[in-house]
Structures are given as structure tokens and as C-alpha cells.
Design a protein around this ligand. Structure first.
Ligand code: ADP
Ligand code: MG
Length: 704
């Protein structure tokens, strides 16, 4: 007997059913099923009589008999109706799906326990798709006060895999395999945190005796889940640190020093200095750097990236910086070129719109080492792009790139590089990730944070206005333009309703054009359907101050830097996510003037929408906003992709269980300090469980 047996070992699970359980729920082995937890529990201690039912009763449990079953034709297809009665009255049980299968299985005139959601229609009660169990079966079962309800899918229900059946499977599992459940934590940890044994925890997580008992069982399992993830991440980090070699940038010479003394246009903030120190330590250590740089919008990540690239160049390497959009790549290129003016460093840009001839020139210059810094979009990931010796790759706004793209950077060809060492990697993100989440997702990455904005920035004043206040908003815009400022007006463009959104944008553009007519006012418009060259042209007019208003979709969300723009109007702001709103607001407040963000919305706001807008009005702190966002949307979404396999947690929740996460992480750190190879006898349960968890090795956790 082993828990790794396929679930076909469980009585009643045919090959076909096993296939379905796998495709629908990902359950393959007995162990998978054991770790497939109920999402809620129902209290079934209470029985009702039919005459006691009230129109507003919800879930009810009744004992009675079925006396008749018939098919009733309806508009489309038919429904199966069973007449059910007890000593006090009659009601109906109804099925719309799986009718044939159910009809055959129903027993007439035998006592059943029926459970389900009560419907009330025209004075009649019915239960659609009830759970049914013969009383004689019901009595045989181990009855707990709280019954588990398992997640399910339509396909499963339709093919007869009811919640009751799932419960039977799990019960069978516990009967047969109880002794196979091995402890996976050391006695010391169990004692320290007063945890339940693994066996009890699993049993009571499925079949709790009470709410309190359930909570204890769950916290043991949550602790364990988070503990092993942390152990995995921390071990990986340890191994990377010692095993994966990196280029050594030991010289800090000409370029870096010259730039620092003569070209740096401002003093670095303390946070920038600290982060730079962390990076310098990494790249001089001989180990490979894999660092995440978090810094709120406008915190000045670019200059840190540039100085890091200069370090590479001083040591005879090339550097590259990759941005998610062409506009942003261009802006980096312009910023970097300007900052490096008068220094003997070659910079170029490679994007999708670079013509073949120019492209060839870039390729050649990269390969012979003439080019020092290449800025670009994902175009620079193409195989044809080969570096002579790439020392560092910087990825800006990382959440927009997929894992595969990043791994390509890691393996980027470097012609001179005989040892096959990967370039150092610095990933920069303006989407602040709450600490708990960062811990669980990036546990093996080093994290630097710029937690300070450059001096002199004024907090962006943010207000929420309803659409009906538009006229006063227009007046405000006029006043600001009068003072010489520039204004963004942003419209949502969300894929599913693209044509609608596009129309909104165009209507908006027209009404703004009417309010702000030429020649006094000039307006730019930028959206995703425009050709890159046209976009660029319009952007540049705004950057140069030739236009006062920029009407745009979220294409401007990332990175655009126009310090003179001081007003951000967001149309239909209730449709934006929090992090998007925060990013958009970050486009203003970059100069010395007081800036404003006006969130326009209709009166119809969902509770979530309300919370989002209120959060924006209440705070400009990116981390606070990220916390709220995480709570509203859950971690998977926050990352913007499904890449974070590590967040595919079975029982723990990085938001709600952040305390347990911290405890688990600290425990893992202590353990690795005392027993890095998990070879001590008292840690045997841990190391055995750890080895078995080969599944966890699939965790998305590094750049490679
Ligand atoms: P982000 O972190 O959003 O990429 P940027 O690097 O674009 O931010 O910097 C935002 C603006 O702040 C730029 O105009 C930049 O020149 C300026 N800046 C960056 N660091 C400082 C500093 N230490 N002092 C003053 N201005 C700074
Ligand atoms: Mg930036």
C-alpha cells in the first residue's frame, strides 16, 4: 500500500472516472485526493420536517421516501421530478442533468436522507439536484458534525461524481491508508508550535469534529505547506549562491567614476545608494546575481540600472536593458543616451520597428563589441541577436514578461563566453509586491527596495468625481493649462469589449476637442491601434510640449516620463484595477509642481470598485495599495500571469496566513542554518518528505 497509488485503487473509481478526476481536478494519486481539501463544511446535525419548511430556508436535511419519479417536458429538453414525502407533507426533488443515470439509481419507497438547497415556487417546495443517501447507508457511515463539501465541476456532477461520492472516496482512503500517512515535521517543530500530528490534521481537515478542531488541523497543514515551499526556495538560494558562478565585476573605474562625478544630474537618494551597494556587492562576489529591484513609480530605478550597466562596461562587458513596450524602450534609450552624453559609450536601440539595414548594423556591432549598451523590447531576445560578451541583463517592469522570455535572456549567446556563465540579472518592477507575497514567490531571489522618492516631490492630490461633474473637471483642466501644465486623459481599453472601448475613446476625444479647440489648444492621441511610428510622433509632440492634452488608452501606463504633465484624468476609473490606477497616477507628480489625479466614474459602483477608488484617494503608498489589491484580487492575479506556480497553494493563503508564513519561513531558515543538508536523524521526517515532494521542484521561482 502506498499513497502514491493511482486513485483507481479506491473502491468505486473506474479508469474512466479516474481520468475525469484528473482532467477536472488534477487528482491522480491517492495522495492527491488526500490533499484535496473541502472548501466549506456543512452542519448536518439538524433535520427538518416538510411542514416546517419556510420559503426562506436555505440548506435543509429531511428524511422521507420517494413515491414517484417522472420526466416532465419543458421548453428545452426535460426535467426529472421525484415526489418526496415524510409524515408531514410532500415536496419535489428535481434534476435537470444526468437524468437517465439518476432515474435508474433512485429507489422507490425506501427511506432516504435528502439534503440540498431549498427552492420555493408557487407555494411548492423543491430541491434541485439534492444529495441523497439511503438511511441504512447513512447510519453505517462515520458521522461527523461537520460535513465536507469539495470543489467540483459541471462535468463531474453531470457524470455522477457528487459531493457525497467524493466524501465516500475520501473516507475509504482514510480507512485503507491511514497508516501510510507519515509525519513530515520534526518533533521539535511540532512541539514548538503545538501542532497536530500530520495524520490527525489530514483526517480532521476532511472530517472535523468541531470548528476549533478544524482550525487546528488547518493551521498544521498550512504551516507545513508554507514551510516546505520556503525550505525549497531557501535551499535553492543557498545552492545558487555557492554553486552558480557569475562574472566578477571587480573594477570600478573610468566610466562609473566619471559618470558619478561629472554626469550625475542629481544626488542619489539614500535608498538608491543602498540598492547600488547591494548590487555592487553581488556582482563582485563571484556568484551569479539574480536580483529583484522593487521601487515605486518615479522612485528612480533607471539611474540605478544605468550605473549597474556602467560597472559591467568598466569590466569589459556589454549590457542590455529590456522594456515591455516600444515607447518605454525609446524613453530608456533617450534617457540613457542623454545621461551618457560626452562619454565614450556606444548605445543603441533594437525594437520590432527597426529596419533590416539598421538591424544588421546592430548585430554586427554587438558581435564585435563596438556596442556597449543595447536597449530594446523583446526583439532583442531573437536568436540572431548575439552579444560579444553580455555581462548584465536588466529587465524593466518584469511582470509584463513571461517566464520563457526571461529565460532566453539568461541563456543569451555570448560569443566570448567560453565558460557558459549567464549574465547577471536585475529585474526591476514598479508593482510593489507585499512582503509576504515576495517572500513566497521570490524566496530564492534577492530583493532590493527603493523605498524613498527623490526629494521635492509633492504627493499627487487625488479626488473621485462622478461623470456628472465633468464640466467642473474641464474648467480645472483649463486652469492648469493656463498655468502652463499638461494633462493626460486616459480611457480604459479592455480586450473583451475592445470595440466599445475604442468608441468611448473616440467619443471622448471628440468632446475634448470641442471643449479645447485649436489653435489655442493642441491635443495628442495615442492608442494601441495606431502604428508605432504614429504613436511615437504623437508622444513626442506631448513630450516636447507642443500639445497640452494627451488623450490615451493605457498604453501610456508604463514608464512614460513627462515632468511638466501635472493632471491625470482617468475616465471610467471604476473599470481599472488598483495597480493600473496606481501606475497611471505615477505618470504625474514627476516635476516640482503640485499634481492632481481625478478619478471619474459613473454612479454605479460595485463594492470592490468603491474600495479601489477610495484606496486611491486615501493613499499614494504603492505598498499599501498592493496590499489592498492582493486582498481584493488574490495573489495569482496580482502577478498578472499564471506563472507563479508557487502560489498554487492547496490550503494556505499568503494574505490571510501571513503570520504562519513568517513563522514557517523563520523555522526553515533556522533549520537550514543548523542542518543545511537535512542529515540529522531528528530531521529525518523532514528530509524524507522533502525528497518526496518532487512536485514542488516545478515551482516557478527563478529566472532560469
Ligand atoms: P522609475 O523608478 O519609475 O523608473 P525613473 O527612473 O524614471 O523612475 O525616475 C523618475 C524621475 O526621477 C526621472 O525624471 C529621474 O531623472 C528622476 N530622478 C531619479 N532619481 C533622482 C534623484 N535621486 N533625485 C532627483 N531626481 C531623480
Ligand atoms: Mg521606469
Amino acid at each position: 500500500m502506498s499513497l502514491s497509488y493511482p486513485i483507481t485503487y479506491i473502491k468505486g473509481i473506474s479508469l474512466q472516472r479516474a481520468g475525469l478526476l484528473y482532467s477536472e481536478l488534477g487528482i491522480k494519486t491517492c495522495n492527491d485526493l488526500l490533499n484535496f481539501f473541502p472548501y466549506r463544511y456543512i452542519d448536518k446535525t439538524q433535520f427538518y420536517q416538510i411542514k416546517e419548511l419556510q420559503p426562506n430556508s436555505s440548506d435543509v436535511q429531511i428524511v422521507g421516501k420517494i413515491i414517484r419519479v417522472k420526466s416532465v417536458a419543458q421548453k428545452r429538453g426535460s426535467r426529472l421530478v421525484a415526489t418526496f414525502l415524510d409524515a408531514t407533507g410532500t415536496m419535489e426533488l428535481v434534476w435537470f442533468k444526468g437524468q437517465k443515470w439518476i432515474k435508474d439509481a433512485l429507489k422507490i419507497n425506501e427511506p432516504y436522507v435528502v439534503y440540498g438547497k431549498l427552492n420555493h415556487y408557487n407555494g411548492n417546495f423543491s430541491i434541485p439536484h439534492p444529495e441523497l443517501e439511503l438511511v441504512k447507508e447513512y447510519k453505517k457511515k462515520l458521522q461527523t458534525k461537520m460535513q465536507p463539501v469539495y470543489p467540483s465541476t459541471e462535468r463531474l456532477t453531470n457524470s455522477g461524481v457528487s459531493n457525497k461520492l467524493m466524501r465516500t472516496y475520501v473516507q475509504y482512503l482514510f480507512k485503507q491508508f491511514l497508516n501510510e500517512i507519515k509525519e513530515s515535521l520534526s518533533q521539535e517543530i511540532i512541539d514548538d508550535f503545538k501542532l497536530m500530528s500530520k495524520r490527525d490534521a489530514l483526517l480532521y481537515a476532511h472530517f472535523p469534529k468541531s470548528q476549533e478542531n478544524l482550525t487546528k488541523a488547518q493551521s498544521r497543514l498550512k504551516f507545513e505547506e508554507l514551510f516546505f515551499i520556503q525550505l525549497q526556495l531557501l535551499r535553492k538560494k543557498l545552492i545558487n549562491k555557492t554553486k552558480i558562478q557569475g562574472f566578477i565585476f571587480e573594477n570600478v573605474s573610468d566610466h562609473f567614476n566619471l559618470f558619478y562625478s561629472d554626469h550625475l544630474p542629481f544626488d542619489l537618494t539614500n535608498a538608491q545608494k543602498r540598492v547600488l551597494k547591494e548590487i555592487r556587492k553581488d556582482v563582485a562576489s563571484g556568484a551569479h546575481m539574480n536580483r529583484l529591484l522593487q521601487g515605486d513609480v518615479g522612485s528612480g530605478k533607471t539611474i540605478v540600472a544605468l550605473l549597474t550597466m556602467l560597472l559591467a562596461i568598466d569590466n569589459g562587458f556589454q549590457a542590455t536593458i529590456m522594456a515591455p513596450t516600444e515607447i518605454l524602450a525609446n524613453q530608456h534609450f533617450i534617457a540613457v543616451s542623454q545621461l551618457l552624453q560626452g562619454m565614450n559609450i556606444n548605445v543603441d536601440i533594437l525594437t520590432g520597428s527597426v529596419k533590416t539595414k539598421k538591424r544588421r548594423e546592430i548585430h554586427a556591432n554587438l558581435e564585435d563589441g563596438t556596442l556597449d549598451i543595447l536597449v530594446g523590447t523583446h526583439a532583442l531576445l531573437e536568436d540572431k541577436v548575439k552579444f560579444k560578451s553580455l555581462g548584465i541583463a536588466i529587465v524593466d517592469e518584469q511582470h509584463r514578461f513571461g517566464v520563457a522570455q526571461r529565460s532566453k535572456l539568461w541563456g543569451k549567446n555570448t560569443l566570448d563566453n567560453k565558460d557558459g556563465l549567464p549574465p547577471h540579472i536585475l529585474v526591476m518592477t514598479a508593482t510593489p509586491i507585499p512582503r509576504t507575497l515576495a517572500m513566497s514567490v521570490y524566496g530564492d531571489l534577492d530583493i532590493s527596495v527603493i523605498d524613498e522618492l527623490p526629494p521635492g516631490r509633492k504627493e499627487v492630490k487625488t479626488v473621485h468625481r462622478f461623470d456628472s461633474n465633468r464640466l467642473s473637471v474641464f474648467k480645472f483642466i483649463r486652469d492648469e493649462i493656463e498655468k502652463g501644465r499638461q494633462v493626460y486623459v486616459v480611457y480604459p481599453l479592455i480586450q473583451e469589449s475592445e470595440t466599445m472601448d475604442y468608441k468611448d475613446l473616440m467619443d471622448g476625444y471628440e468632446s475634448i476637442s470641442r471643449e479645447f479647440p485649436p489653435p489655442k489648444y493642441q491635443i495628442s492621441i495615442v492608442h494601441g491601434k495606431m502604428k508605432p511610428a504614429d504613436k511615437e510622433y504623437e508622444m513626442q509632440r506631448f513630450v516636447k510640449g507642443e500639445t497640452q492634452i494627451m488623450v490615451a488608452t493605457t498604453v501610456i501606463e508604463v514608464g512614460v516620463n513627462v515632468p511638466n504633465a501635472s493632471v491625470m484624468i482617468i475616465e471610467s476609473s471604476e473599470r481599472f484595477g488598483l495597480s493600473q490606477l496606481h501606475q497611471l497616477r505615477g505618470r504625474v507628480g514627476r516635476g516640482a509642481d503640485q499634481s492632481y489625479c481625478i478619478l471619474l466614474s459613473s454612479y454605479k459602483l460595485s463594492p470592490e470598485g468603491k474600495t479601489r477608488l477610495k484606496t486611491m484617494v486615501d493613499t499614494t503608498d504603492g505598498f499599501k495599495i498592493a496590499e489592498v489589491d492582493l486582498k481584493l484580487r488574490g495573489p495569482g492575479n496580482l502577478m498578472g500571469t499564471q506563472q507563479s506556480g508557487v502560489l498554487d497553494l492547496k490550503i494556505a493563503d499568503v494574505v490571510k496566513d501571513s503570520k504562519i508564513l513568517v513563522a514557517a519561513r523563520n523555522t526553515a531558515i533556522t533549520l537550514l542554518q543548523e542542518d543545511p543538508n537535512l542529515s540529522k536523524i531528528e530531521n529525518a521526517p523532514i528530509s524524507q518528505a522533502f525528497v518526496k515532494m518532487n512536485k514542488l521542484s516545478k515551482i516557478w521561482s527563478n529566472i532560469s
